[in-house]
Ligand binder design. Structure first.
Ligand SMILES: C[S@@+](CC[C@H](N)C(=O)[O-])C[C@H]1O[C@@H](n2cnc3c(N)ncnc32)[C@H](O)[C@@H]1O
Length: 209
């Protein structure tokens, strides 16, 4: 399968809807300097998973300007779940907060500003869904904590897990060893079932048994 062709076809199909996509979200955002947010197919996938699973408690690691949070929150709104999202860059966290207010979804989101390395180990468990999208070097380091925080049958989603094989800008190559380490941790963990979906830059979906 030619993934580029497939992706172009899918994005063209969905561009005819009037839903907010990554480009319009970024255009509406005043701050222009931030780490890239998820692709539109990943945002749609997160939303669909949430509509199926209906998680009451969601943890996101890596908020940036809040595009993925917004996508998840629009699904959460229909059944009253709550998203806790962690971001250490105060400027982007403030922009995310403004974006949530503009979208009318602030009531469903709590932003924790600080280093996920310190915050995540201090959190109490009971999450139904965790989305990991912060610094890739944190993935192996926080894996054990994420599994601890998840309820049985909980879903753990990790973005960018095909970094080792995609056509990746050289400036991100230093992150590849951490993703390789993370992928091996997941595959060899008997407490979970998982697979990698080739959308965005690779999305790992893990279910805690
Ligand atoms: C890829 S962006 C997140 C994009 C966002 N999930 C979206 O799609 O809209 C990663 C974010 O993680 C934040 N980050 C990186 N390392 C972090 C850490 N140790 N603790 C908290 N946030 C961190 C960065 O500042 C950046 O804004």
């Amino acid at each position: 399968m030619d993934f580029l062709k497939v992706n172009n076809y899918i994005e063209e199909l969905y561009s005819s809807t009037n839903k907010i996509n990554r480009k319009t979200y970024q255009d509406m955002t005043e701050l222009k300097d931030f780490i890239p947010v998820v692709d539109d197919d990943v945002a749609r996938y997160l939303k669909i998973l949430i509509m199926i699973k209906r998680p009451k408690r969601i943890l996101e690691i890596g908020t940036s300007i809040g595009y993925s949070t917004t996508s998840m929150a629009t699904a959460v709104k229909s059944f009253g779940g709550k998203i806790t999202t962690v971001e250490y860059d105060e400027k982007v966290a403030k922009q995310a907060k403004d974006n949530f207010e503009r979208a009318g979804i602030s009531d469903y989101i709590e932003i924790l500003i600080g280093d996920a390395k310190e915050i995540v180990p201090e959190l109490e468990g009971g999450y139904d869904l965790i989305f990991q999208d912060a610094d890739k070097r944190l993935y192996p380091e926080l894996y054990k904590e994420c599994i601890r925080l998840l309820n049985p049958d909980g879903i753990f989603i990790a973005e960018d897990t095909l970094f080792p094989v995609i056509d990746l800008d050289e400036k991100w190559h230093y992150l590849i060893p951490s993703i390789e380490e993370f992928n091996k941790l997941v595959v060899n963990d008997s407490r979970v079932d998982s697979t990698i979906i080739p959308i965005g830059d690779g999305v790992t979906v893990i279910i805690k048994k």
